[in-house]
Ligand binder design. Structure first.
Ligand code: PLP
Length: 405
């Protein structure tokens, strides 16, 4: 009998964060090894608890949450998100412009399914959070990767973005704060991106899921707050800012040039209704989370747990021979570079597999973030200081051994 094959739609799709190397790590754990996992931004696994009041609200409302609700989500949750858009100065957002989903992930996929015809192009950052590249491809589109420039603190290169625009380009994806680089974009960069979108009639998809995970007292601007004559779709959720990845509660906000997008919005509404609604119990968490009492500030302020772990990871990585890293101002990640003269790595997936096997540390290789060279990897700095120190000492030892080969 013929083998049962997956759909051709999946041929160009990859998501290495949960790919073959994490699968190997899982097998090694079953064999009895203890693996230190620096591969995934899952806060709950590292002792970061969701705010108690948020958890209690979900429990308290569980009995009322057994029915389907509006496909766009619970009214009071969307109202709270609407107030949040007002705090972020995004103009003219109504409850109707807000869609709640099973994490931002579901809505990212939905937003691309609703937009793209075969061959349409979307500008996606390089490196990227790989779901974006996958979502564009799955929807039949072609991701065109624009450079985020390490020499410029990982800022998007406007000239590269412009060079990659063709008559088929429909949209620009902006991940700010950025995963995997931890970069935070200043308003001047955001305004330049808007100018480009305006010139070519492109939609801006703004993934702002880390907009409260900010270090050194910096502040975040929502790109959608800077113009009303471009269509923006902004993504956020409870996963990171409120340490509730497992609740699968995210949202998407359509703003700006909505009048030009009536047909697209109709498509989004159709896709939202097709899956009936997002998981209801966790929608009850949204109003309390956004209500003002919950805060991540004590974790990210100077001396806070996340800030200390960021500093430790940055200092240890910077001290490794042949390793350089841009200090992140936001999010949970950094994206160090291996000097290609000292570490002429030809296959970074194999490199990470060897690290896992030799030192029991799980990282994700740079190419997993659609980075074209085999000279980067991503570090998640969520483990506590002891585990992080242990993990990075192991990385240093592996690199020393690798150089001697
Ligand atoms: N966007 C970025 C940049 C992310 O890093 C993640 C998760 O790591 C997501 C979106 C997905 O978030 P959610 O848990 O809301 O699906």
């Amino acid at each position: 009998m013929e083998a049962i094959l997956k759909s051709n739609k999946l041929l160009n799709i990859c998501y290495e964060i949960r790919g073959p190397i994490p699968e190997r790590a899982r097998q090694m754990e079953e064999e009895g090894h203890r693996i230190i996992k620096l591969n995934i931004g899952n806060l709950a696994n590292f002792g970061f608890d969701a705010p108690e009041e948020v958890v209690q609200d979900v429990i308290r409302n569980l009995a009322n949450a057994a029915g389907y609700v509006d496909s766009k989500g619970l009214f009071q949750a969307r109202k709270a998100i609407m107030h949040y858009t007002q705090q972020k100065n995004i103009a003219d957002v109504t409850v109707d412009d807000i869609y709640i989903g099973n994490g931002a992930s579901e809505l990212i996929v939905m937003s691309m399914q609703g937009l793209l015809n075969t061959g349409d192009e979307v500008l996606v950052p390089m490196p990227d959070y790989p779901l974006w590249t996958a979502a564009v491809s799955l929807a039949g589109g072609t991701p065109r990767h624009y450079l985020c420039d390490e020499a410029d603190g990982w800022m998007p290169s406007l000239s590269d973005m412009r060079a990659k625009i063709t008559p088929k380009t429909r949209a620009i994806v902006v991940i700010n704060p950025n995963n995997p680089t931890g970069a935070l974009y200043p308003d001047s960069v955001l305004l330049d991106i808007i100018a480009l979108a305006r010139e070519f009639g492109l939609i801006i998809y703004a993934d702002e899921i880390y907009d409260k995970v900010l270090y050194d007292g910096v502040s975040h601007t929502s790109i959608a707050s800077l113009a009303d004559d471009v269509l923006f779709v902004t993504f956020n959720g409870l996963s990171k800012n409120y340490r509730a990845c497992g609740y699968r509660s995210g949202w998407m906000i359509v703003s700006g040039e909505k009048h030009r997008a009536k047909d697209y919005i109709e498509g989004l509404n159709m896709l939202a209704t097709m899956r009936l609604c997002a998981n209801v119990p966790s929608q009850y968490a949204i109003q309390t989370a956004l209500g003002g009492y919950q805060s991540i500030d004590d974790l990210v302020c100077e001396g806070g747990r996340l800030a200390k772990q960021r500093d430790l990871a940055y200092n240890m990585l910077s001290a490794m021979p042949g390793v350089s890293v841009v200090k992140p101002q936001a999010a949970l990640y950094m994206f160090p570079k291996l000097d290609p003269v000292i570490y002429p790595v030809s296959d970074d997936q194999q490199f990470m597999l060897e690290l896992l096997q030799d030192e029991k540390v799980l990282l994700v290789q740079g190419t997993g973030f659609n980075w074209p060279q085999h000279d980067h990897f991503r570090v998640v700095f969520l483990p506590n200081l002891d585990d992080l120190t242990d993990a990075l000492n192991r990385v240093a030892r592996f690199l020393t051994q690798w150089r001697k080969r």
